[in-house]
Design a binder for this molecule. Sequence first.
Ligand code: NAD
Ligand code: TYD
Length: 356
Amino acid sequence: MTILVTGGAGFIGGNFVLDWLAESDETVVNVDKLTYAGNLETLKSVQENTAHIFVKADIGDREAIGRLLQEHQPRAVVNFAAESHVDRSIDGPGDFIQTNVVGTFNLLESVRGYWGSLSDDARAGFRFLHVSTDEVYGTLGPKDDAFKESNPYEPNSPYSASKAASDHLVRAWHHTYGLPVLTTNCSNNYGPYHFPEKLIPLVILNAIAGKQLPIYGDGQQVRDWLYVKDHCSAIRAVLQGGRLGETYNVGGWNEKPNLDVVKAICAILDELKPRADGKSYADQITFVKDRPGHDRRYAIDARKLEKELGWKPAQTFETGIRKTVEWYLDNTEWTSNVQSGAYLQWVEKNYADRDQ
Ligand code: NAD
Ligand code: TYD
């Protein structure tokens, strides 16, 4: 048996592929365009593994994807491929529309063609799992209930709007064509192999480099953090037992204001790698100009997934964030490679006019 994963050289897709190969004998065909966010270094440990087949391709390339599907005959497709960074979507939304909307549409059409060519048994067993985000639900007030699957979609950023559009396409391909789809909407992930344009890896690496730790606005925006391996186990559970056409919210009940997250990282670093001058890394915290349209609070109600499929996260925020800081301290080869020329240009551009 084989599964095909898209975006498996990125943060979550990479962790998913590594976990999958560690836990099963089933072959993974890993299709990734290798944008700035795709990193083959993440997959170094499975380079020689014959159960891992990496192919550089765009999900929007129907010919290439159609050929791969016919060649490998996967029993499932798991779609991680996307442009994923909110700040980049504000700076240049075009790539987000192209990959997240048009790319998902083309992928759905390729998969529909392949699915239609299968035998009755294979058609019945086939699954298309679309990996999405809680950001499609918009923003919450301080006292609002956490997002349920029944919440209306109210996306506020070009990123979340493009993901919302892709979720709607996936839903429509189920209702109209009967494609056997599943969708997961997960909260913010953190953990190993996270590209340091996102808050947690950025803060860890800036801290040890003696740089400022930039907090947008007042730092009281709340995110619901989930350790990436727990997201991967949730996706495996939904792939195995999810009801067709359903969406499942994934989250760890770990709501934290950004400032508290950054202080927690500083406290762990103070213990594991104290600053030479004896001061706390928290002294490097700097409040900078806010992100336009910044969503104030996300929170996930994951009870449907827990109840129907018995999924539970293995990590609390405290255990997960410690593992993450340790991973970044232990994997300096990976971190120095990703902080290359193109990365430095992005940092320069994103933080240039934020001084307050
Ligand atoms: P990422 O940016 O780290 O990785 C995305 C991967 O997709 C990269 O390897 C990139 O090369 C690849 N890619 C981009 N465009 C492509 C295309 N047109 N064709 C093929 N490959 C392409 O993103 P991530 O954080 O790993 O997120 C993975 C998925 O999970 C995304 O769909 C994202 O919306 C969703 N998600 C992310 C989070 C989070 O906190 N990071 C939370 C919930 C959901
Ligand atoms: P991020 O990791 O970009 O994820 P998302 O925008 O998808 O939630 O940001 C997480 C939170 O951290 C978000 O509220 C924005 C904030 N943030 C900062 O305060 N400073 C930064 O330098 C970055 C990158 C993010």
